[in-house]
Design a protein around this ligand. Structure first.
Ligand SMILES: Nc1ncnc2c1ncn2[C@@H]1O[C@H](COP(=O)(O)OP(=O)(O)OP(=O)(O)O)[C@@H](O)[C@H]1O
Ligand SMILES: [Mg+2]
Length: 234
């Protein structure tokens, strides 16, 4: 089967800092994967390389078998790669619904229907007309999350979607992520909360100083010596 995403020895440095040091990984379609690692280990940089926000220095990136490294971010997005940002980016002066419409073109009525459906998907339909700036932090994260879905991506990259989200909203989010998988989409999420990782991910990749140091089911990863060392060893 063609991989949803394949990275072959992807490398990215900033001046003297090697943020991603030749990382290879493969995501099968329709599964939820985790990407973990200590602060500064290269997780967000890897997302930026995949989505074209940063240009990788070396290595190859394939989306559904097709090479995407070298494409512009919008080209990669149009192909079906969606992502959220670690620092949430909603427009506070626009309503929740309008925040979803900013990424769409063409049929406005259809986009609105889709937007309302997606807000309902995360139980925010009552807040469609509310300024995003008036929503709680967790609600804003959910708005950003469903905005990614407006373009119907087959691969969804989530950068710490659960951070700072309260328990109720977190459960809505986890349920929504599982539903994405059930719809056949592939999900890769960066997450520090091991409970979330354990509850969601089938396979976890671990980065440390830009190196992939482990890969496997979360239960095994948690007990891996190198992983424990990376998190607590220094
Ligand atoms: N634009 C940039 N310019 C210079 N250095 C950068 C840049 N982006 C990231 N880095 C460096 O690259 C390394 C990896 O950073 P990155 O943000 O990818 O880590 P991370 O795993 O996402 O960390 P966190 O868990 O804190 O979000 C760090 O040393 C960071 O300082
Ligand atoms: Mg990060």
């Amino acid at each position: 089967m063609t991989a949803a995403l394949e990275l072959d020895a992807v490398k990215k440095s900033f001046g003297g800092v090697t943020a991603v040091n030749g990382v290879s990984l493969r995501l099968e379609p329709g599964r939820i994967y985790g990407l973990i690692g200590p602060n500064g280990s290269g997780k967000t940089t890897l997302f930026n390389c995949i989505t074209g926000v940063e240009r990788r220095d070396a290595g190859r990136i394939f989306f559904q078998g097709e090479r995407i490294d070298g494409l512009k971010p919008w080209q990669i997005a149009v192909k079906g790669v969606g992502r959220t940002f670690q620092v949430t980016r909603v427009f506070p002066e626009l309503s929740a619904l309008e925040n979803l419409l900013v990424v769409t073109r063409g049929d406005r009525a259809a986009a609105e229907r889709r937007g309302r459906e997606l807000l309902a998907f995360v139980k925010l339909e009552q807040l469609a007309g509310e300024y995003a700036g008036n929503l709680s932090y967790g609600q804003q994260k959910l708005v950003e999350f469903v905005r990614v879905l407006m373009r119907d991506p087959s691969l969804v990259l989530l950068d710490e979607p659960a951070a700072g989200v309260n328990r109720t909203l977190l459960n809505d989010l986890l349920e929504a992520v599982r539903r994405l998988r059930d719809e056949g989409r592939t999900v890769l999420l960066v997450e520090h909360d091991m409970k979330v990782v354990m509850g969601l991910c089938e396979v976890v990749f671990v980065l440390d100083h830009g190196d992939k140091i482990a890969e496997g089911p979360p239960g095994i990863i948690q007990a891996d010596e190198r992983v424990i060392e990376a998190y607590f060893g220094r």
